[in-house]
Design a protein around this ligand. Structure first.
Ligand SMILES: [Zn+2]
Length: 51
């Protein structure tokens, strides 16, 4: 685990940021929202799986 993993994660999030219910800008899959405490994370099931 290094800075590479963190950067990659932030980069993949860029495609789906605040796009819940809309299509991922990268692969056109519907974006989902994951609530973690006070903050929520947006993610694309498709891009996430390929990491
Ligand atoms: Zn995607």
């Amino acid at each position: 685990m290094g800075t590479d993993g963190v950067a990659g994660e932030a980069q993949s999030r860029h495609w789906v940021y605040e796009r819940e219910g809309k299509a991922c800008r990268r692969c056109d899959t519907k974006v989902k929202r994951l609530v973690q405490g006070a903050r929520s994370t947006y993610y694309c099931p498709e891009c996430q799986r390929k990491r």
